[in-house]
Design a protein around this ligand. Sequence first.
Ligand SMILES: Nc1ncnc2c1ncn2[C@@H]1O[C@H](COP(=O)(O)OP(=O)(O)O)[C@@H](O)[C@H]1O
Ligand SMILES: [Mg+2]
Length: 362
Amino acid sequence: MASRLEAEHLYKVFGRRPDEAVERLRQGADREELRADGTTAAVIDASFTVEPGQIFVVMGLSGSGKSTLLRMLNGLLEPTAGHVRFDGQDLTAIGDRELREVRANKISMVFQHFALFPHRSVLENAAYGLAVQGVPRAEREKRAGEALALCGLAGWEKSWPDELSGGMQQRVGLARALATDADLLLMDESFSALDPLIRRDMQDQLLQLQQTLKKTIVFITHDLNEAMRLGDRIAVMRDGRIVQTGSAEDILLRPANDYVASFIQDVDRSRVLTAAAVMDEHIAGDEVSCGCETATTVTPFTELCAISARLTHPVAVLDAAGKLVGRVPRQRLVGLLGDQQGEPAPCDNPRDSRDGKVIANA
Ligand SMILES: Nc1ncnc2c1ncn2[C@@H]1O[C@H](COP(=O)(O)OP(=O)(O)O)[C@@H](O)[C@H]1O
Ligand SMILES: [Mg+2]
């Protein structure tokens, strides 16, 4: 099946002579060099594909180019160079009217600060996208009501926005996006303004909704933990460029460079990794015979540590059919908790931690 969404060598340059700037970037110039002449290279040579039903997360610090990238994906911003294909249709090549139609019917956007209309009910707010599409009142209220229920807001239809908490208001925003039946959801820091607990709740809600709705989602965040929780695939941006694309496990276990490695230092690995990601693959031969505790490929890291602590040998990892597929030695687990690269460093080479203290090796 074709990818639902494809970005191909996308560039966005703000300022004078953007085409010339793209040429220089292609020759290897970086953002700083262009900034000297008052030109901003917001997005540089971004390529990726998003498959149907995937949550693709774009993660990067403020100013790294995430919002600009997202706005090119639905045609709100025209790329300086490159292509965006949505269901095989090149959005960079179609006319304005056609583009508006795609944007109104097939793509929904959820922003960080969701602007609800204060003098319209929650139901009317959720139905707003449908009103824009020209859906008749009865139909749009029915669909908006269903979307609100999906987002846990059944019973609040007649309320006013200011009667809702921040988290609930954000859920109205999500309901508005879901009500339109758009295949593609673009979410720009949609949960970033929420308190941590509510934010986690929203993440859970999104993951749960996604199990049944199977939308294609591009989710932007500056928070790596959020990226790891939500993303089937994650693109890490730095200074306009995507520096790594991969699963949460790829990024944690195989950071592409020092920048990504420094970013992941604060991630709670134990929440992300499963046995399958950390085991040594089993080479045919011996079988599990001791009858002691084992793990499966989906056993979470924390549980794996607990099992390991009760055994004197590596933890055997079984697949769904009960076949031995790998082993996890205890020092691997200890190493992953303490070391960024996932492998214990040699003993005569203590590394500096970020705050300057020398830490002992595991
Ligand atoms: N309309 C614009 N005109 C000029 N510069 C812009 C414009 N939009 C964004 N930028 C610049 O592009 C860079 C990337 O911005 P943005 O995409 O908003 O990053 P992020 O969403 O990751 O914080 C920043 O340096 C920003 O100042
Ligand atoms: Mg932004």
